[in-house]
Design a protein around this ligand. Structure first.
Ligand code: BMP
Length: 213
């Protein structure tokens, strides 16, 4: 699981949650709420800190933004639709030189996203060859398609819980990680909720493995 931390929670709660979840995704809501909080996050024990800045601009601007957070981040998320030349080519090269990774958005979780563009995005993704992709958990069919097209890439999947996708479904369809935010940080007891989600995920994954065999 990846914790999507779009809102500050107490550091004691976060460090408890961090015992169960080892990857965190940070985006503009948290950065704008309290940029100093980032210093506390990096002190915890994460396997990966993903900066979800949805980079979608010309190369110069994206490099400027990514540079600001380079010391906090292991990886960054960018939109793929911006194309290669003068945009993703330079971002990808810059992140490689900094030993950081890149995820590209291939399919979003909200209703209005149009997957008719997927063949175009897929070609960009093939050329850029990032670490992985963001594919919405609300679109199990797209997860299966992306998994089939990119067997060796990491798929991270938001949209679980608050947006309606069921815990475990994205994994059963081929995602590597489910991204969960509000269901955890807005719950009365984020630690208990985290444990509950992990248990549900395990049951679901075992169930779908059994059905596959
Ligand atoms: P939540 O579990 O609270 O719905 O949070 C989901 C997170 O994933 C949010 O940070 C959101 O911006 C992000 N996200 C998403 O919901 N759908 C996408 O297609 C891509 C995202 O990055």
């Amino acid at each position: 699981m990846i914790l999507s931390l779009d809102k500050q929670i107490s550091l004691s709660t976060l460090s408890e949650v961090n015992k169960y979840i080892h990857k965190v995704k940070i985006g503009y809501p948290l950065i704008l709420e309290n940029i100093a909080y980032l210093d506390n996050i990096v002190k915890l024990h994460w396997d990966e800190i993903i900066f979800d800045l949805k980079l979608a601009d010309i190369d110069n601007t994206m490099l400027f933004i990514a540079s600001k957070f380079i010391n906090y981040a292991d990886s960054f998320i960018a939109h793929s639709f911006i194309g290669i030349e003068g945009a993703l080519d330079k971002l990808s090269e810059f992140l490689k030189n900094q030993n950081k990774s890149l995820y590209l958005v291939l399919s979003m979780s909200h209703k209005g996203w149009n997957d008719e563009f997927y063949p175009y995005l897929k070609n960009i993704a093939k050329t850029i060859d990032p670490k992985g992709f963001v594919v919405g958990a609300t679109r199990p069919n797209m997860i299966r398609i992306v998994r089939n097209d990119f067997m060796d890439k990491i798929i991270i999947s938001p949209g679980v819980g608050a947006q309606g996708a069921m815990v475990g479904d994205a994994i059963c369809n081929g995602a590597d990680y489910e991204i969960i935010g509000r269901s955890i940080y807005e719950s009365k007891d984020p630690v208990a909720e985290t444990k509950k989600i992990i248990e549900t995920q395990e049951v679901k994954i075992n169930e779908c493995k059994r059905t596959e065999n």
